[in-house]
Design a protein around this ligand. Structure first.
Ligand code: ATP
Ligand code: MG
Ligand code: MG
Ligand code: MG
Length: 446
């Protein structure tokens, strides 16, 4: 690579030619094997772009770009959970059956639970959720005082569920990442406040990701409890049926109403409109169901032992990733919430040729300048060094991957008043900017 060695000071490390983003579809044998499983846009786009690779049903390799995106998503989730007082921990995935038998969910969960035995023939399961585990943990602290509540503990870990129909890529896996939070409060009233604050945090999270999300009344399922909401992204591929009132704020998962109902149970005047949704989050008020069984108590203001009021709150981390791609992308090109795009900028130097070496050096220097002058772009700028390909072809690739900003360095970049071409994915706009103008533009990215 002549241009790189000509300029020893400039060592861009993020070269497209070196990024591990294998496109699965190049392998024809595999393509036909996967054909039956390729069921939705996000799955197809994510496999084509080398973000994920299927291993066995409902299980995927998360490839480097997907991991980058997920780490960014986790960072945003962490910020919102810390904002409401959440503390992060990490619980074992290998869970003893004893706990699950105590809550009677060992039988209730049926075939969805991945069960196994250890060498002593003791029963275990791979955690699909952690109410039992976290409540036992909190119950172990004999000195827990009302002054320490509310206590909000959460983790972001792999969950295991033997889904009857794993499909749609990361939307419904058998092994997937979930953020699960559990709250412990002194009273029902305090627990309701905590519940509200988590719902608000979820709404903020989806707003920051520019995802339109509706909070609907939901069934409590086998988790138990009384109050429950789902956070749903409206999408045709969604497996949930939502009923939204045209006149008031009422919205519910259709599972919660008697079937066929078309009038709104809240305002009685509006009619219910059905739409499909992808469940990306779920909140439950649990009351004392688990704290009673596992004796999670605290000492009250009167210095008496009292049973904690609980809530639990899930977010499908890998599902959000795929769902965002599902609702934002076109059939051909991935679009990301800006905050979680794997890389923020891709710089395209011109096709290799005698008159353009200067432009290639300019492009490499630009990568370095961006990383130095715009702190949040450090490690976020990729150079598409496949200069044997035309700019047009590489631009098409970059648009497919959906970098929020694509910078094209052509001949005009070398003129007396250099102009740099910038394609902004969020708006679809193409601009011609000076170097300063470009730094200004990118410096303002959140
Ligand atoms: P679903 O109705 O889609 O099966 P669920 O109601 O069983 O989901 P919860 O127990 O509420 O799921 O889990 C919390 C969150 O975990 C869900 O809101 C969803 O975002 C995510 N999730 C659940 N199952 C899966 C899965 N198989 N693959 C990916 N994410 C999942
Ligand atoms: Mg389920
Ligand atoms: Mg559900
Ligand atoms: Mg649910």
């Amino acid at each position: 690579h002549a241009a790189v060695s000509a300029s020893p000071r400039v060592r861009p490390r993020l070269l497209v030619s070196r990024l591990y983003q294998p496109s699965n579809l190049r392998d024809v044998g595999q393509e036909s094997r996967l054909a039956g499983q390729m069921t939705c846009k996000s799955q197809r786009l994510m496999q084509q772009a080398g973000l994920i690779h299927p291993s066995n049903p409902g299980c995927y390799y998360y490839l480097p770009a997907a991991v980058r995106s997920m780490e960014k998503l986790i960072k945003v989730i962490d910020q919102e959970m810390h904002e409401i007082g959440g503390q992060k921990l990490d619980m074992p995935s290998l869970c003893s059956a004893d706990l699950w038998k105590a809550s009677e969910r060992w039988d209730l969960m049926g075939k969805e639970l991945f069960r196994l035995k250890d060498r002593h023939r003791a029963d275990y399961c791979l955690g699909p959720t952690h109410e039992e585990a976290v409540t036992t943990l909190v119950a172990h602290q004999t000195t827990l005082s009302y002054k320490q509540l509310p206590l909000l503990l959460y983790q972001i870990t792999r969950k295991f569920r033997d889904e009857p129909k794993p499909r749609f890529g990361l939307l419904r896996g058998r092994e997937f990442y979930m953020k699960d939070m559990y709250s412990f409060d002194v009273s029902e009233e305090a627990a309701n406040q905590t519940y509200e604050s988590v719902c608000e945090a979820y709404s903020r999270l989806f707003a920051r990701l520019s995802l339109r999300c509706v909070q609907v009344q939901a069934d409590t399922g086998n988790i138990g409890g009384t109050l429950s909401h789902e956070f749903q992204l409206p999408a045709d591929i969604g497996e949930d049926h939502l009923l939204l009132c045209g006149s008031c704020s009422f919205s519910a998962n259709a599972e919660t109403l008697s079937s066929g109902r078309t009038d709104c149970p809240q305002c009685n005047t509006g009619s219910l409109v059905e739409s499909k949704g992808i469940e990306v989050g779920h909140t439950f008020y649990l009351g004392k169901k688990y704290s009673h069984i596992f004796k999670a108590t605290f000492s009250s203001a009167q210095n008496k032992p009292a049973t904690a009021e609980m809530g639990c709150y899930g977010l499908g981390v890998t599902r959000i990733l795929a769902a965002a791609i599902e609702v934002m992308s076109t059939e051909e090109e991935i679009r990301w919430p800006g905050l979680i795009a794997p890389y923020q900028v891709c710089v395209l130097p011109p096709k290799k040729g005698s008159r353009v070496d200067k432009a290639a050096v300019f492009a490499e220097e630009l990568v370095q300048t961006l990383g130095e002058a715009v702190p949040h772009l450090r490690g976020e700028v990729v150079l598409d060094d496949r200069t044997h390909m035309t700019i047009g072809k590489r631009l098409k690739d970059a648009n497919k991957l959906g970098y929020p900003y694509v910078i094209v360095v052509g001949q005009v970049a070398l003129e007396e008043n250099p102009k740099i071409e910038v394609v902004c994915q969020q708006t679809g706009e193409t601009m011609f900017l000076s170097k300063d103008g470009l730094l200004d533009l990118l410096g303002r990215v959140e």
